[in-house]
Every structure is written in structure tokens, then in C-alpha cells.
Design a binder for this molecule. Structure first.
Ligand code: SF4
Ligand code: F3S
Length: 107
């Protein structure tokens, strides 16, 4: 099993999640993070840390978010590991909860 970062992370990118991961499985893209499913040990620590509630167990992915399982695995191979929280985007709050953010994903 693994945990998965879903659509609401896009353009919110709060990064509170990276601070708690004991095995450094978060990878950073331009406007989203993903979890490497090969590294995640299912400790559950990151899930409650995300202010945007964007992290789910792969078994509890909400409707419409299933594709993010594959996307996390794919992008974790391309993006570098992030282990320290940085500043979130200034407009993170404005993007929280907006639908259709997948179209804004930068790779
Ligand atoms: Fe890291 Fe644990 Fe979250 Fe997996 S569940 S990404 S190991 S903090
Ligand atoms: Fe994204 Fe939430 Fe982490 S918005 S960067 S998954 S704290």
C-alpha cells in the first residue's frame, strides 16, 4: 500500500507533509508534490498534516482521484526528493478546493 498526493495539492503545495515523512518519499515538482510508492511505508503521518487535505491512502482515494496513484508513481521517478518545507505559494489559499486543477499541473 502507499499514500497518494491528489489534485488539491496543485498550486497549494503547502509542504507541511515533507516535514513528517520518516523515509523521505516526497518528490517536488514546480507546483505539486508526489509520493514515491516504492518508498512509502504507510506510516499515515503525512495525511493529517496537509492543510489542503490532498493526501489519501491509495485504498481511500476519493472519486475522480484514482489516476493520481499512477501519476505519483510516474512523477516521483522524474522529480527530485524534497525533505525540508519551503514557503508555500502566496496564493495557495485561493487555490484550495478549486475544481479542475489537474489542467494546471506543471511537470
Ligand atoms: Fe511518508 Fe508515511 Fe506519508 Fe508514506 S504515509 S508518504 S511514509 S509520511
Ligand atoms: Fe501538497 Fe499538502 Fe503536501 S498541499 S505539498 S500534499 S502539505
Amino acid at each position: 500500500m502507499t499514500f497518494v498526493v491528489t489534485e488539491n495539492c496543485i498550486k497549494c503545495k503547502y509542504m507541511d507533509c515533507v516535514e513528517v515523512c520518516p523515509v523521505d518519499c516526497f518528490h517536488e515538482g514546480p507546483n505539486m508534490l508526489v509520493i514515491d510508492p516504492d518508498e512509502c511505508i504507510d506510516c499515515t503521518l503525512c495525511e493529517p498534516e496537509c492543510p489542503a487535505e490532498a493526501i489519501f491512502s491509495e485504498e481511500e482515494l476519493p472519486d475522480g482521484q484514482q489516476d493520481f496513484r499512477k501519476l505519483n508513481a510516474e512523477l516521483a521517478k522524474q522529480w527530485p526528493v524534497i525533505t525540508e518545507k519551503k514557503d508555500a505559494p502566496d496564493d495557495a489559499k485561493e487555490w484550495d478546493g478549486r475544481p479542475g486543477k489537474l489542467g494546471y499541473l506543471e511537470r
